[in-house]
Design a protein around this ligand. Structure first.
Ligand SMILES: [Zn+2]
Ligand SMILES: [Zn+2]
Length: 418
């Protein structure tokens, strides 16, 4: 929040950051982001929240859907777009079904003709404005990392990605950083690397651990291959593609699932893929190895959680780089799997394993989403409930102590915060 609005916003317990669930996706509480104008007048996001220079603009953003809350006047301070209240066209009777993060109940939907195609959400009481991730990119571009990049650097990056994609065809996320360290991704990926290297040295022979659907059907003692085939890869390209997808899509999914549920997703997707492969693979089909069934589950979860995240992809044959939404990419991918499974008789990819893993991810994710939405709701409710009960629980006391120490550090560094 900026200097003009700050006084009104300080909570009763003296905390000045919002403790609110994202009104759009409900999957995360809003977190503060700090923007500061550099010498050339461009907004930059600050990393270090403890040393905030004069004139810092504090916004509250959702790290999952990238929506952002602007208190009254903050969007004008940003200077990307002139949102005169007179421009807002009230859509009669259109409640946004989203709650004001400052606790004023439902917001209203307003049209911004000429500025945005989609209606924005505005609280009638505090006049704060909620912009969804894609609206923020359009209307408040300089509040996004992508919008803060220098043009020349952006072009150089795009050029590099274009060249790399001509060779690899792998998609690149436009902007979807995950919070925290994705340990399961690192450990699982590391194990895959080590086991691949061991099979290269001849310590393991991957064929011994591979899954052959028809063989398991005739000899159930081979059922253990449903577990073991995951860990081996045919060649370096096969391994690297799987590691790449695991890293790009897996970090965001792990952040939202949590480590235990994310491990269950990997395991369940691999097992479901193996089961489908055992039940449906034709007698002559080749042995199956690799973690792609598990990764197909991750892809399904990513599609469900971030359908509007965008990927950079260079289109084969016409060599044009486009930004496509994830849902388009994943639907094309799963469509290819289904078509190949149905029509291709001699293939060396595990189409059924992919489809099975994808189905498991698609079934598990909605359950995890509901759990997570309830948990975030409970977490942000604690501080407000504590206020009424008069006795803050331990989490709140710790958060307050942390805030107090941060304020003291700022005061000690002699640089008052705007
Ligand atoms: Zn959100
Ligand atoms: Zn409000």
């Amino acid at each position: 929040m900026n200097a003009a609005t700050r006084g009104a916003d300080v909570n009763r317990d003296g905390r000045d950051t919002l403790s609110a669930q994202c009104p759009a996706c409900s999957l995360h509480e809003l977190v503060p982001i700090y923007l500061h104008r550099d010498a050339r007048g461009r907004w930059r996001q600050l990393k270090d929240a403890d040393a905030l220079p004069e004139g810092t603009l504090e916004l509250d953003a959702c790290p999952v859907c990238f929506g952002v809350w602007f208190d009254q006047g903050e969007l004008d301070t940003l200077g990307d777009a002139e949102v005169d209240p007179g421009l807002l066209k009230t859509l009669m009777g259109r409640s946004a079904h989203r709650m004001c993060p400052r606790g004023h109940g439902f917001m209203n939907e307003h049209a911004l003709p000429g500025l945005l195609r989609t209606p924005v959400d505005r609280c009638p009481r505090c006049r704060g404005l909620w912009l969804d991730g894609d609206e923020r990119r359009e209307l408040a571009g300089s509040s996004t990392r992508e919008g803060q990049e220098e043009r020349s650097l952006k072009l150089a990056k795009r050029g590099f990605i274009w060249a790399a994609q001509l060779l690899t065809q792998l998609p690149v996320e436009v902007e979807n950083p995950a919070r925290g360290t994705p340990w399961v991704v690192y450990i699982f990926g590391g194990a895959l690397l080590v086991l691949y290297q061991l099979s290269v040295f001849g310590i393991f022979y991957a064929r011994d651990w591979a899954l052959v659907g028809a063989e398991v059907r005739s000899d159930p003692r081979l059922l253990y291959t449903a577990l073991t085939h995951v860990w081996f890869h045919a060649d370096a390209a096969h391994l690297l593609v799987n590691l790449y997808f695991l890293y790009v899509f897996g970090d965001n999914v792990e952040h939202l699932f949590g480590r235990l549920r994310y491990s269950l997703l990997l395991l369940g997707a691999a097992m479901t893929g193996a089961l489908l492969q055992i039940l449906l693979a034709s007698p002559g089909s080749p042995p199956v190895i690799g973690a792609s069934g598990a990764i197909a589950g991750v892809l399904a979860a990513y599609l469900w959680l971030f359908p509007r995240a965008r990927l950079l992809q260079t289109v084969p044959f016409i060599f044009v780089q486009v930004k496509i939404p994830v849902w388009v990419y994943v639907l094309i991918w799963i469509g290819c799997q289904v078509v190949m499974a149905a029509f291709s008789s001699e293939v060396d990819f595990a189409w059924y394993a992919h489809i099975g893993g994808f189905m498991f991810g698609a079934a598990m994710t909605p359950v995890v989403v509901r759990w997570r939405q309830r948990r975030v709701a409970a977490e942000v409710r604690v501080p407000s409930a504590a206020f009424f009960l008069g006795k803050p629980p331990e989490v709140v006391r710790r958060a307050r102590a942390q805030d107090r120490r941060a304020r003291e550090r700022r005061a000690a560094s002699g640089r008052p915060r705007a």
